[in-house]
Design a protein around this ligand. Structure first.
Ligand code: ATP
Ligand code: MG
Length: 761
């Protein structure tokens, strides 16, 4: 069969089974890097190439837009033509928008509805909280947003909030949820949760529409299935119920969106909901070399709540996972910058270009240190899913203008820009407009237009308002015409509104940068058919990966790294409180800790050939210096798969008086008391790669290190081997190593030579 079927070539038998089982429910449950996504992609190519389905009959859900793009590219490569015209390959959100635009009226919207971002959402919730006379300081809008999201994720509509949750948000939750949904409808707007929830409602209440989609979307595919939430699951299940051609691939050990309502339970439910489902397991990992895979497997073995699986690789042992401690986050960034240059220049065991290197952080505030450092040394980098271009003030303002052109009823956009640039339309004038809108039952823009026409607002403000509302009318008229030149329209809008002029007149240092960004925005428009398409895109994008060809290091959060792979991975900031995140543990206890451990596992399994874990003894978090303890995950790494590196400061003496501080802090690390550690220690028949605690104790940064060795003592170092102490300054040791020569190292990285025989290497 592989003959003349290049899309099947190179697949292993289990993958092939997943590809060829085209009819009926299939679940591929397998670990990281086993080729789930590859099999899923081949399956789609197979359906297309064997004529079982047309491109528009395939529904394939991916987790990020980047993943969707890659899947389309891979399919294109497999079937030998561009995979354009696959309208139903995308994220849940993107597919939700497409479906909802077709049937908007069934949930009381019109097809031109606006997608609110978090900022707009919070502004709206604040208004509702104020209107209900609730003290926003005690009951913040953010909290309400998360309560409402929680309901939407579980497919709960306002009149179905369970009695047990009626007390949410001080007992006002359900009422505010209902008010919020009403308000959204009036604004002709939806939030992210609605994109799936509205679609679900439509399918549940309109059997004819459901029937259509069941006939159209004949083959359904879901990648990263472990991270679907209940609403998404129900939506999929409805569409799949007719033909039952549903293929889901996932890995319970990579479920990292529990905090957003994802339910690993969906995996476990699959066989129950789809009786007779074929379950396919893949065990060969094609991504990572042996030590990396074994380190990741050893770490995740600390989780109690998992299905458990074995993975193997033919790739050989490769490099051990490198572990290194630093004085602070800046030094960590400096060291990583130098390592990346060394790797790119071929001075390390693993060689990779900048495109092959990624830094995965737990929290986005960690990125700043790297961005600063890389800018300083001129190392090109891209931030994926980070502080986004589209979140900048000038971009958001400009987008509000574009939104008004598409949909003048977009009150949030109107509020944002009515007095930006300054038009003399202060709070009083805005209150007058709001009142008129309420009285007339119209949107703000149309009320404003009426007021301006009737001269109800006088003076310069009135004249300006008239100019603005007339302009909005003109822009809207253009945007209604099919095939209009949307790039020219955007330029006109930015000019006529006075927005560009406002930044031209701005004499602050940021002015020129903001103008650059506005130009960039107009440039971005060229890639779209019209403003609506662009606005949808921006509302949905999760990453701003630059499309230019130059090689760049990628910086992103661990969450954004799902499904991706890089030859070289850096995992900085493995410190208690940062990773595992204190908040996650406070909020959900052991469940939170296990999710954090899965996140660490996701991080390690992104690496193909080299993974480096690091931690800093001090870190500035939101302007405050904090001393840090190494993460418990550091100690959970199987020692046999880890190589401990010596902090760089010791060579140049850069640590100074601080060295003692770091050693002490590291020495205080009571990581061995962590639950994960205790569980691992309790395992008598540890699988390959998992060490007994006393072994690990001597290899990782040691909790019980001697303060110092006397000159003349024979010692052993994990990296440099045997040597003799020449001099000691506090716990900084000058050691003459037999093979490596003279080095400065911290006492805590040394063991007495006579104990070295007990070490696992
Ligand atoms: P994750 O759980 O991280 O999403 P995955 O199971 O989806 O991983 P893929 O990304 O599909 O794994 O594959 C991992 C790597 O292994 C890719 O580089 C892929 O090309 C390669 N690969 C997958 N299957 C095979 C195979 N049969 N032969 C050779 N290489 C393969
Ligand atoms: Mg994958």
């Amino acid at each position: 069969m592989a003959q003349g079927a290049p899309w099947l070539e190179g697949l292993n038998p289990a993958q092939r089974a997943a590809v060829e089982a085209t009819e009926g429910p299939v679940l591929v449950l397998a670990g990281a890097g086993t080729g789930k996504t590859k099999a899923l992609t081949a399956r789609i190519a197979h359906l297309l190439r064997t004529g079982r389905a047309r491109p528009n009959e395939i529904l394939a859900v991916t987790f990020t837009n980047k993943a969707a793009r890659e899947m389309k590219n891979r399919i294109g490569a497999l079937i030998g033509e561009a995979a354009e015209g696959m309208p139903w390959v995308g994220t849940f959100h993107a597919i939700g928008v497409r479906m909802l635009r077709r049937h908007a009226e069934l949930v009381g919207l019109t097809p031109g509805f606006t997608i609110l971002d978090t900022d707009d959402q919070l502004r709206l919730l604040k208004q509702l909280i104020a209107a209900a006379d609730i003290d926003e300081k005690r009951w913040p809008a953010r909290l309400l947003a998360s309560v409402i999201d929680g309901w939407k994720n579980r497919a709960i509509v306002p009149d179905r909030v369970p009695a047990a949750e009626a007390e949410a948000f001080g007992g006002q939750g359900p009422a505010l949820y209902a008010a919020y949904q009403d308000r959204l409808r009036t604004l002709n707007a939806v939030d992210f949760g609605d994109l799936v929830l509205h679609c679900l409602t439509i399918l549940q209440t309109h059997p004819d529409v459901l029937g259509q989609y069941q006939r159209w979307l004949r083959y359904i595919h879901v990648d990263e299935y472990q991270d679907t939430n209940v609403a998404q699951y129900l939506w999929l299940r409805l569409i799949a119920q007719g033909h039952r051609n549903l293929c889901c691939v996932g890995d319970d050990d990579q479920s990292i969106y529990g905090w957003r309502g994802a339910e690993v339970g969906n995996i476990l439910r699959f066989e129950k909901d789809f009786p007779g489902a074929q379950v396919i397991r893949l065990e060969q990992n094609y991504r990572s070399t042996g030590h990396i895979l074994s380190a990741a497997s050893g770490l995740i073995a600390g989780n109690r709540d998992r299905l458990g699986k074995t993975l193997w690789t033919e790739a050989g042992g490769g490099e051990k996972v490198r572990l290194i401690g630093h004085w602070d986050g800046e030094e960590e960034a400096r060291w990583i910058g130098e390592e990346i240059e060394a790797i790119a220049a071929g001075r390390r065991a693993v060689v990779a270009g900048l495109d092959g290197v990624a830094i995965l952080v737990r929290a986005s505030h960690q990125m700043r240190a790297f961005e600063d450092r890389f800018l300083t040394i001129g190392l090109p980098y891209r931030v994926i899913g980070g502080p986004r271009f589209y979140e900048r003030q000038e971009i958001r303002d400009a987008m509000a203008y574009l939104r008004l052109a598409v949909s003048p009823a977009d009150d949030l956009a109107f509020e944002r820009v009515v007095n930006t640039p300054k038009r003399g339309l202060g709070e009083r004038a805005q209150a007058t407009i709001a009142q008129a809108a309420r009285a007339g039952g119209t949107g703000l823009a149309s009320a404003a237009a009426r007021l301006a026409r009737e001269g109800a607002i006088g003076g310069r403000a009135g004249a300006e308002l008239r100019r603005l509302t007339e302009a909005i009318g003109r822009w809207h008229a253009v945007a209604l015409a099919p095939g209009y030149d949307h790039v020219a329209l955007a330029e006109t809008i930015l000019d006529e509104s006075g927005y560009t002029a406002m930044w031209q007149a701005d004499k602050t240092p940021e002015g020129p940068g903001r103008l650059e960004n506005l130009k960039e925005l107009v440039k971005a428009l060229e890639g779209f058919e019209n403003l609506q398409g662009f606005l949808d895109h921006v509302a949905l994008i999760m990453d701003n990966a630059a499309e230019d060809a130059a090689e760049k290091v990628s910086v992103m959060t661990l969450h954004a790294a799902k499904g991706l792979e890089f030859p070289v991975i850096f995992l900085p900031g493995w410190e208690e409180g940062l990773f595992p995140s204190q908040r996650a543990m406070d909020e959900t206890g052991l469940r939170g800790l296990e999710e954090e451990r899965r996140l660490a596992h996701v991080g390690l399994t992104r690496a193909e050939r080299l993974a480096t874990v690091s931690f800093a003894a001090n870190r500035r978090v939101y302007g405050q210096w904090q001393s840090q303890l190494p993460s418990r995950f550091v100690d959970e790494l199987p020692p046999a798969d880890v190589e401990v590196l010596t902090p760089p400061g010791l060579y140049g003496g850069g640590f100074g008086a601080a060295a003692g501080g770091m050693a002490e802090r590291v020495a205080r690390a009571d990581a061995y008391a962590s639950p994960g550690w205790a569980r691992m220690a309790a395992r008598t028949s540890a699988p390959r790669g998992i060490a007994r605690p006393e072994e690990a104790r001597t290899l990782t940064v040691r909790a019980d290190a001697e303060a110092a060795f006397a000159p003349g003592a024979r010692v052993f170092h994990a990296k440099f081997g045997y040597g003799r102490v020449m001099a000691a300054d506090g716990d900084k040791m000058q050691v003459s190593f037999e093979k490596a020569g003279e080095k400065h190292v911290l006492a805590s990285y040394l063991v007495a030579a006579e104990r070295a025989a007990d070490l696992p290497f």
